[in-house]
Design a protein around this ligand. Structure first.
Ligand code: PAF
Length: 286
């Protein structure tokens, strides 16, 4: 496994890697969710690269950029064990040189849900992902369903800007009690960690209601809200039943939907989602 930081080193190593080349972009502090993306890439591609970069442009002033968990040596050990060929940990100077002023912005899809509560977040994501794609030239790029809106936005960007690559979205990996894996789970104390399962419980309740025939968007939202309100340590920021393609909020009868939420457990903001209906369990997969 080659570990590089500069663009020049990256170019040299990338030139030696066989096609198809699969890329897994990450912000490090890897967990089984990331490793499931790496394994999928390993299974589908002749060579695999992982980027590790905590992208300052997708954090706002109130976010947790400084405290975001990092453990580079552990990440490298995990990636080595997965048979990864290349790890690129870019330097800030290469990603955002002092006179940097070019941004990639996806429009309507970035306005609702996370976009409403994290202004500028997706502009940071799409800009850095563009730079990662340009520098590594992947044939396939792997993202998790856990960040459903991110996956939809990146798919759109890839289509709109004619990136010659396929976006692969992989299912959310959960702890045995249902909590979606996330680097931010490490912020939770034991009591909060227990409370955090409420996101999964709320989504599961709505999913079960849908399976039992419930089709009213308002009722599905209400079911999630009721379950969340049973947990005193949890405070919902949004609860959504949205169109999985356009991400617009749905009302009335729904045939398929992205159920999603952002919930504070203490100071930690957690997100989770499930897709219900005939569009498959992973966003954008028909
Ligand atoms: O999902 C993430 O970890 C990040 O948003 C990404 C895609 C690596 C861009 O920084």
């Amino acid at each position: 496994m080659k570990v590089v930081t500069t663009l020049a080193e990256l170019g040299d190593v990338r030139a030696t890697l066989p096609s198809p080349f699969g890329l897994v972009p990450t912000m490090g502090y890897l967990h089984q969710g990331h490793l499931s993306l790496v394994r999928r890439a390993r299974a589908e591609c002749a060579s695999v690269g992982v980027t590790i970069y905590v992208n300052p442009a997708q954090f706002s002033a109130n976010d947790d950029l400084d405290s975001y968990p990092r453990d580079f040596d552990r990440d490298l050990r995990l990636l080595e064990a997965e048979g990864v060929d290349l790890v690129w940990a870019p330097a800030d100077e290469d990603m955002y040189p002092p006179d940097f002023q070019t941004w990639v912005k996806v429009e309507a899809l970035t306005r609702p849900l996370e976009g409403t509560h994290r202004p500028g977040h997706f502009r940071g994501v799409t800009t850095v992902v563009t730079k990662l794609f340009n520098a590594t030239q992947p044939d396939k790029a792997y993202f998790g369903q856990k960040d459903a809106q991110q996956a939809v936005v990146i798919r759109r960007m890839v289509q709109d800007l004619n990136f010659p690559l396929k976006v692969v979205v992989c299912p959310t990996v959960r702890e045995p009690d249902g909590l979606a894996m996330s680097s931010r789970n490490s912020y939770l104390d034991p009591q909060q960690r227990k409370a955090a399962t409420v996101l999964y419980r709320a989504l599961t309740a709505a999913n079960q209601a849908f399976s039992a025939g419930e089709r009213e968007a308002e009722v599905l939202r209400h079911i999630m809200s009721e379950v969340l309100s049973t947990e005193s340590l949890a405070l919902a920021q949004y609860i959504s039943v949205a169109d999985p393609d356009t991400l617009t909020e749905l009302t009335g009868t729904v045939e398929c939907a992205l159920l999603s939420m952002a919930v504070y457990v203490g100071k930690t903001r957690l997100i989770d989602n499930m897709v219900v209906g005939d569009k498959g369990s992973v966003i954008g997969e028909k």
